[in-house]
Design a protein around this ligand. Sequence first.
Ligand SMILES: C[C@@H](N)C(=O)N[C@H](C)C(=O)O
Ligand SMILES: [Zn+2]
Length: 216
Amino acid sequence: DPLPAGFVRLADIAPSIRQDIRYAGTGNFLHRKVTGYDAPVCILTLQAAQALAGVQQAIAARGLTLVVFDCYRPARAVADMGEWTRQGGPPDPQWYPRVRRGDLIAKGYVGELSTHSRGSTVDVAIARADGPSVAKPACGAIDADTLDFGSGFDCFDPMSETEYRPLGNEAAANRRLLVEAMRAGGFKNYAREWWHFTLGHEPFPTQRFDFPVSAE
Ligand SMILES: C[C@@H](N)C(=O)N[C@H](C)C(=O)O
Ligand SMILES: [Zn+2]
């Protein structure tokens, strides 16, 4: 499907950025595909994609690559996540070991009205460009190939707060590296999740979109 004006597929702007789009499959905190993800593809506003391409260029010099887990998120996907949390249930040892499912929105781990629907927010980590990074996080996307960040993507726990301490030296250094590289590219971090960033000068700061995530 053609994208709305102002949106692009990241692969058309920065093909070297690795894509591991978790909500298009089952390897996420819902353990199932999320409504609105018809393909494992990163879609962003042109400005966010270009800014991310700049970050990729900056870290490529160090043999590193960005890995994106989520980009534009349709409003219907946000609603699906919200309804899913409201079904309630106990903590999940892999994804939210110390929070009840019904509290994920109130605790700020899942957005009731997510900035991702504005198209300039991205969930992102860093990996080695040339081989496995072999981090073994205790929680979140434990099978993702990234540097050590002390917790995995979508580990909904205080240990994922960007400034959480104590944290191993390597994980702390990698969080600083990510936040600084993204800051230099114009993105602001969300303090509760080391992986969640929004472009400072986003083109649609008040609009929410609802077209599906599609491959073409
Ligand atoms: C669900 C997680 N990946 C995330 O993006 N959380 C923030 C709060 C959001 O949903 O906007
Ligand atoms: Zn996010």
